[in-house]
Design a protein around this ligand. Structure first.
Ligand code: PLP
Length: 612
């Protein structure tokens, strides 16, 4: 993972020397003149940045009639002649370059370079420029690698020389689109410089002669071409480069590799994030097929063909709200069983929807009490649906799923479950238990990215509930109709990249060994974590027999949460505040792409922090 900028790799002519990049222009014009062809300045300049022989070929490609290989070599020979005669006259160092290079070096940043000049040409340039006070730490020519720009090989040689393994720790600075493409192909940060560039194409005197209006117009043109080439930053003059470095360093620090010990979003694998790099359309057939496969795979985790999964754009709460809105009767009574904040959130949802409901509330540190629920069901025959949270992420308690479902089914109730933080890491046999529906999301135990909620639901129930939802966008039936009628098409704009990430996350889930392997990893994470913390004197709030292997609440004692948070974040771990009102607590999740080894590292860091 990139940590900070360690190298800046400059282009030569037009970027650090030779204002306007004029040395090669006359050469190309003379070169083509030698084979009887007139080319314009503009043609001579267009392919700037490429290796000069490639540049010659690129000009030849612009000609109305093709020319022979022999003519190309003749033109190139004449080009070289003019260039060698002139090159030393074009070694002026551009504005701010020396000062900026000094400032970069004081930050420990290495100065590299790549070029379109051959090594023979570079030898003349290097000497001249060194005499004037500019010597990068490394130079290389395309003839010393197998290919020049836009191939990234010259940049790779720079990185190799400097011992840098992360291309995002390097910036490529140039004055042509070929420079930007080279940098992008190397996966470096890219910066285009406008003033004195080949893209701008003017001498200092020509720039001076331009009106302010004209100069502005030309600068806009250059900016647009760098932008189109994919530049990360576009600067007027080299003195702005130091701000660019500072800004990138800030971004790299913000994006430092951290383990999130939270209830989601979680630490995700590289492949999951990387899956987001392509753009797709909601209605594209191939994309729809991916969506359909996600629906099938999620359904198969805890159900069978009598069930389907309805994906919803949004976080988990959207799925819970959609489930309650769409699947619960509007007059018939719902019984909510509540022992934490997520249970309470469902009451808020029911209130807003104006659903007819009643709630049994329990202590947050105790599981839902089956006996009390039984009393309620026995005495209130008008209850149609029972709804509760499986793993109450508020505390980390795991509620007695099987007992509660069996009880509700004995009294012939519909059962809907918020299985947000347990789905994928606890066995929930929906068909055998006859669970009607559950809600979860992409960014919990499936280890995808946030942005998708989903409801796994009995198909027969879904059909019965057509038209029942109290919301248009959260209408589970209508959403399902779109997926089933058009083979995987989202009703409204799909979070395409998040879905692709979820597809990858499900592939990873299978590769790891499915529910059993994921569950066992979490169990092991949890065991190592709790044992380690208890050794350090932390006390878990929930009794071990009710404690999930997802997230654990610990007493904070007289520690200051925000200080603890900041200190751990500095060391690469993100923890979660507690939600208990009775005493100060904090929470540690152990789900996501984290392993027992990570827990051991955390415990060591905590130990050290506590001793200080
Ligand atoms: C994460 C979670 C939710 C959903 O929360 P969002 O912030 O909407 O993703 C709901 N219930 C439980 C038990 C959860 O853990």
């Amino acid at each position: 993972m990139a940590t900070k900028i360690k190298a800046v790799i400059f282009d030569w002519a037009g970027t650090t020397i030779d204002y306007g990049c004029f040395a090669p222009i006359k050469g190309f014009i003379d070169g083509f003149k030698s084979i009887g062809i007139e080319i314009t300045n503009e043609m001579a300049r267009k392919p700037m940045g490429l290796l000069k022989l490639d540049h010659t070929r690129a000009i030849a490609d612009m000609l109305p009639e093709p020319i022979s290989e022999e003519q190309i070599m003749t033109a190139y020979g004449a080009f070289e002649k003019t260039l060698f005669a002139n090159i030393e006259l074009h070694c002026d160092i551009k504005d701010y370059v020396i000062g900026v290079v000094d400032a970069l070096r004081t930050q420990g940043i290495k100065i590299g370079s790549t070029t379109g000049y051959t090594s023979q040409m570079m030898k003349l340039v290097l000497k001249k420029v060194a005499d004037a006070g500019y010597s990068p730490d490394f130079w290389i020519s395309p003839d010393m690698t197998t290919k020049g720009r836009p191939y990234p090989y010259m940049i790779w040689e720079n990185l190799k020389q400097f011992g840098i393994s992360e291309p995002r720790e390097a910036i490529k600075v140039g004055d042509t689109t070929a420079d930007i493409q080279e940098g992008k192909n190397a996966n470096c940060w890219t910066v285009g410089v406008i003033m004195g560039s080949s893209e701008l194409g003017f001498t200092r005197d020509e720039v001076k002669a331009l009106s302010a209006e004209e100069l502005k117009k030309h600068k806009k043109r250059v900016r647009a071409s760098y932008y189109k080439a994919g530049a990360d930053y576009i600067i007027d003059d080299m003195n702005e480069l130091l701000d660019v470095v500072a800004d990138i360093n800030k971004k790299l620090k913000l994006n430092a590799d951290r383990k999130l010990l939270t209830p989601g979003p979680l630490t995700t694998r590289y492949s999951v994030k990387n899956a987001m790099l392509t753009d797709h359309c909601t209605w594209d057939d191939e994309y729809k097929a991916i969506t359909a496969s996600v629906i099938k795979d999620i359904t198969n985790i805890s159900a069978n063909e009598d069930y389907t999964t309805v994906l919803l754009q949004g976080s988990g709460t959207y799925a819970v709200e959609s489930m309650i809105s769409s699947l619960c009767g509007n007059d018939k009574k719902i019984l909510f069983l509540v022992n934490g904040e997520y249970g309470k959130r469902m009451l808020t949802i029911a209130d807003k929807l104006g659903k007819n409901y009643t709630a049994l509330e329990f202590e947050m540190t105790e599981p839902l009490d089956v006996k009390v629920v039984e009393e309620e069901l026995k005495n209130n025959t008008d209850i149609e649906t029972v709804v509760f949270v499986h793993c109450e992420t508020t505390t980390g308690i795991i509620n007695p799923l099987k007992e509660l479902v069996r009880l509700a089914k004995f009294y012939d109730k519909k059962v809907l479950i918020d299985a947000m933080s347990s789905f994928g890491a606890y066995e929930i046999d929906m068909p055998t238990l006859d669970i009607d529906s559950l809600a979860s999301s992409s960014n919990k135990c499936l280890e995808g990215l946030p942005g998708l909620g989903f409801v796994v639901v009995k198909k027969s129930l879904l059909e019965k509930c057509a038209g029942n939802a109290l919301s248009h966008s959260l209408d589970l039936y209508d959403q399902h109709k779109s997926f089933s009628d058009s083979k995987g098409k989202f009703r409204f704009t799909s979070p395409t990249n998040v879905l692709l990430a979820l597809r990858q996350a499900l592939d990873n889930y299978k590769m790891e060994g499915g529910l059993e392997a994921r569950k066992n990893r979490y169990i092991e994470n949890h065991k190592v974590l709790v044992e380690g913390l208890e050794k350090l004197g932390f006390k878990a709030i929930v009794k071990p027999e009710y404690q999930s292997h997802i997230i654990t609440t610990f007493e904070l004692g007289d520690l200051d949460f925000s200080k603890l948070y900041e200190a751990l974040k500095e060391e690469g771990f993100v923890i979660y505040p507690g939600k208990l009102t009775t005493k100060p607590t904090f929470r540690l999740g152990n789900i996501g792409d984290v392993y027992p080894d990570d827990m051991i590292v955390l415990i060591k860091i905590l130990d050290k922090l506590l001793k200080n």
